[in-house]
Write a protein that binds this ligand. Structure first.
Ligand code: HEM
Length: 515
């Protein structure tokens, strides 16, 4: 039972060296902490703070998690008699009750045609997993730039999360998914959407990519186009998190224009091996990968080949504006060799391999982008309610409400469009998806990432200086604003995607259509 105090008792401890404050009905003795306080001693000695209820002042300057940290928690010496604490730190695994902080299907009283009971149970389990194991590691590693721990990779493997991140399909047969929560045959794209969206909540974009997103885009060409022998050798060890794979397409000389790549693969004299020369740039997870799914120029055109790390393959880190935890690399191939049996799809048929892979990659990015955007909406709603400016909460200003309205509309429309496309994916074959959804997904990705950038800009304005400060109240805004361009470039730049979408539409125009 906590020690009980009255406001009167607390008010006697109102000077440096004997300094107590009340925050949310809890009494803190700051006498010994005052000299270590990052905000300085003067603010604590203020007559409206020392010995007083400083709840409002505190929450306009600190995030809730400050008082959750053990070193600060122990400054609490008791509670105010007869008063209850009302401020609640987010509880791991729980849904947020802040309006628009969750997609509508997770909001009490709302309905959705897309999600069944199994999706709901799956979401609960996935959120718990992310809050308990992913979020804490993400926050540390995004800062220190080291890669995801093998311990977490193993935990994910034990639940077969690596396999589920590749979507529904034969590769799930016989696996126990999420401890038996989903039957492999019933796992669909909404389950996968849930994984992507829950992981995106870790609020660490570089680390998020470091969490084996190279596998999400690098393994499907092996799964869908590799020989039976190659699949048997590569797939299980990658899905068990024992080996790592990435997709290596873009180059110093070619990004969105995939056909412009210059890495070459020529056959050895005995015809048994490919000899590969060239470079690949911005390769996510490349620094720590064992396998590279490489786009190459060959005699017949464009061919995709699985190259194993070995002589002639070198990777070095590229410093980008997000964390080195992503393992972004520059890869060079100097007479690197791969057996001809490592060819993925037809020789010269690489563009088909790549294009069918792009849809899924872009859709995954839409899932994450929509969820990251939503987290920023939540931050802005909270901040504008608890921060005062000109003597009033920020959200009493019409201009702030107008920015919030635009943010909410953007994230809601992105999520709803995403859910509709996901529903189409659930009801189409992989081939139908490639034909019918390439345009839709390209448009959605360009829409999600351009609205994300608008939201990032608005959020910085709402947070002011804190929106460009790496610690404290605005730390997620600063991070988001710094990394938001990644989504807009990876998997195809916005203008290229919009153009692709329109070209697809033009191709589908009925020949007899007239005004
Ligand atoms: C239990 C009591 C308190 C603890 C543990 C605490 C802790 C901290 C911490 C960790 C920071 C750094 C924030 C960050 O960048 O993450 C900080 C900053 C600050 N604190 Fe406190 N604080 C306490 C009470 C107060 C109170 C009562 C005030 C009075 C208004 C105050 C005023 C400030 C100010 C002005 C800053 C600088 C904020 C900024 O740079 O934006 N603190 N405090």
């Amino acid at each position: 039972m906590s020690k009980q105090f009255t406001f009167e008792e607390v008010s006697k401890h109102n000077k440096p060296g004997d300094l107590w404050v009340v925050i949310d009905a809890k009494v803190y003795d700051l006498s010994r902490f005052q000299n270590m306080h990052p905000g300085g001693i003067a603010v604590l000695s203020d007559e409206e703070v020392a010995g007083q209820d400083a709840t409002e002042a505190f929450y306009s300057l600190h995030r809730v998690e400050v008082l959750e940290k053990p070193q600060y928690k122990r400054l609490q010496i008791g509670v105010i008699q007869g008063e209850n604490s009302v401020i609640k730190a987010p509880v791991p695994g729980e849904l947020s009750l802040v309006p628009y902080a969750e997609p509508t299907w997770l909001v009490n009283g709302f309905h959705s045609p897309y999600y069944n009971d199994n999706h709901r149970k799956f979401q609960v389990a996935m959120r718990k997993f992310v809050d308990e194991f992913v979020y804490p590691e993400a926050q540390i590693k995004e800062e220190d730039g080291t890669r995801v721990s093998q311990e977490l990779v193993d935990r994910m493997a034990a639940l077969n999360i690596h396999a589920m991140r590749l979507g529904p399909g034969k590769h799930l047969e016989g696996l126990t998914l999420m401890g038996g929560l989903v039957e492999p045959a019933k796992f669909d794209y909404f389950h996968e959407l849930i994984i992507n969206q829950e992981v995106a909540r870790c609020g660490a974009r570089g680390y998020g990519d470091g969490l084996l997103s190279g596998k999400v885009i690098g393994l499907p060409p092996v799964l869908n186009f590799g020989s039976a022998e190659l699949k048997a050798r590569i797939v299980p060890e990658v899905l068990q998190g024992k080996k790592f794979i990435c997709l290596a397409v873009s180059e110093a000389q070619a990004g969105s224009d995939v056909m412009g790549i210059q890495t070459t693969a020529v056959k050895s004299e005995d015809g048994k091996e490919w000899i590969i020369n060239g470079n690949k740039k911005w390769i996510t997870n490349g620094t720590f990968c064992d396998y590279f799914t490489v786009g190459c120029k060959t005699e017949d055109g464009f061919t995709v080949i699985l190259v194993e790390r070995g002589p002639g393959v070198e990777t070095k880190p590229i410093k980008t504006s997000y964390s080195a935890a992503a393992g972004t690399s520059y890869v060079t191939f100097t007479d690197a060799r791969a057996p001809v049996g490592n060819t993925l799809g037809e020789e010269g048929g690489g563009i088909f391999v790549m294009l069918s892979n792009f849809n899924h990659e872009r859709w995954v990015m839409c899932c994450s982008s929509a969820r990251s955007q939503r987290a920023i909406v939540e931050e802005c709603l909270k901040w504008s309610a608890q921060r005062k400016a000109f003597g009033k909460p920020l959200n009493s200003l019409a201009i702030i409400r107008s920015k919030l309205a635009a943010m909410i509309s953007r994230v809601e429309s992105t999520q709803h469009w995403l859910e509709n496309i996901t529903y189409q994916m659930c009801n189409m074959s992989y081939k139908q998806q490639a034909g019918k959804l390439a345009g839709q997904i390209a448009f959605l990705k360009a829409y999600a990432t351009s609205t994300a950038q608008e939201t990032a800009t608005d959020a910085v304005q709402i947070f002011g200086g804190r929106g460009i400060t790496r610690t404290g109240m605005g730390r997620f805004i600063e991070h988001y604003h710094r990394v938001v361009a990644f989504d807009a470039l990876l998997g195809g730049a916005e203008d290229v995607l919009r153009d692709l979408g329109v070209r697809q539409a033009m191709r589908g125009m009925p020949k007899d259509a007239r005004l």
